[in-house]
Write a protein that binds this ligand. Structure first.
Ligand SMILES: CC(C)(COP(=O)(O)OP(=O)(O)OC[C@H]1O[C@@H](n2cnc3c(N)ncnc32)[C@H](O)[C@@H]1OP(=O)(O)O)[C@@H](O)C(=O)NCCC(=O)NCCS
Length: 316
């Protein structure tokens, strides 16, 4: 805990009784914090505030997969947009440095910063300033913009194309089969996280890490996971519909390198959507990199709405 001559106090919340104080700054995730504390996705000591008196002037919070122990993402980092003056960013920088020093295990790379933004955030001066100020403050602690992603949503009523018969869908038999296919699709991937992983480890290691770190954590039925086979039986791709505890999602979808450029992605996306729509879901969510042009085009063709974007920043 730190108090300075400017009466700035930087500290974590004492417990859920301080959630109202922590939520003085509006953000999409505020409504999830209480449940996240209950479900083990968050810990009070990971929700940090910079306070002047009873006014919240900056805040930071980390989230994790419930089975994990270390924080997986810095998904809240805010500076009170009502404050003005040059010390605004300084406060955010101080808060982030102090909180990260307490929360991030020593000697480990900090998890990335993820910020949800509107689809047109650059077109509105106030929204743009808010996002860019957070990014500038994060940059002053060593973060760099890593990738901007599209957030996409399928809504009930949006037609799902019927099967064409070009591909047969069969459930994934076991995790080895899936990891083998996940390894193969790393070749030529346009996904920024995948490309970064390939500079640091083998495709097989990257696939195994992705599987363990994300897909294996989902509690939704494994029977939903589908492999698409060509008439001769060869796998052409796969789709992983899931529920991440917040929303039904297309967690992963890919076409094997040899079969790209045939529009198979449309059929995989339709199949994954059909499986989740059969559960009578209110929406299905997915995201893809702005730079993953064929994937973004497939979502567009299938009538998915682009309801926002996401900025990801990383520390080396
Ligand atoms: C994204 C992906 C699923 C697209 O599958 P697809 O069935 O080849 O898509 P399309 O048939 O619609 O391809 C459209 C065009 O993009 C090209 N293309 C597709 N994937 C490409 C890639 N990874 N690199 C370069 N070009 C690619 C196709 O060759 C085709 O080009 P053309 O119009 O000149 O023929 C596939 O590239 C893939 O599996 N990538 C790795 C995994 C991934 O990124 N998944 C999405 C995570 S959100």
């Amino acid at each position: 805990m730190t108090a300075t001559h400017t009466e700035l106090v930087i500290r974590p919340i004492t417990g859920r009784d301080e959630l109202d104080l922590f939520c003085q700054i509006p953000y999409l995730l505020n409504d999830e914090l209480a449940d996240d504390l209950d479900s083990g996705h968050r810990r009070p000591e990971w929700l940090w505030m910079a306070l002047r008196g009873d006014r919240l002037v900056a805040r930071a919070a980390w989230w994790k997969m419930s089975d994990h122990t270390a924080p997986g993402v810095l998904d809240i980092f805010d500076i009170d947009d009502g404050c003005s003056g040059p010390e605004r960013l300084d406060t955010g920088v101080r808060l982030l440095r102090e909180a990260a020093a307490a929360v991030i295990p020593a000697g480990t790379t900090p998890p990335e910063y993820s910020r949800f933004v509107s689809a047109d955030w650059r077109d509105h001066p106030a929204a743009r300033r808010a996002v860019e100020d957070r990014m500038k403050a994060a940059e002053r602690t060593g973060a760099r913009l890593f990738v901007e992603r599209l957030r996409l949503e399928w809504r009930p009523g949006t037609p799902i194309p019927a099967r064409t018969g070009r591909l047969a869908f069969v459930p994934v038999s076991d995790h080895d089969e899936l990891i083998t296919l996940m390894t193969a699709v790393m070749d030529g991937t346009l996904d920024a996280h995948g490309r970064r992983d390939l500079t640091q480890m083998s495709p097989a290691q990257a696939a195994a890490r992705h599987y363990q770190g994300e897909l294996a954590q989902y509690r939704s039925p494994r029977e939903w996971w589908q492999i698409a086979r060509l008439p001769g039986g060869a796998p052409a791709g796969f789709v992983i519909p899931a529920h991440n505890g917040y929303n039904p999602i297309i967690a992963y979808i890919a076409v094997l390198p040899a079969y790209r450029g045939n529009g198979y992605i449309d059929e995989l996306l339709a199949e994954g959507t059909r499986i989740l729509a059969a559960q009578d879901v209110p929406r299905i969510r997915a995201s893809t990199d702005l730079g993953n042009v064929p994937m973004a085009a497939a979502f567009r063709r299938a009538g998915w709405a682009q309801f926002g974007r996401q900025i990801n920043m990383t520390w080396d």
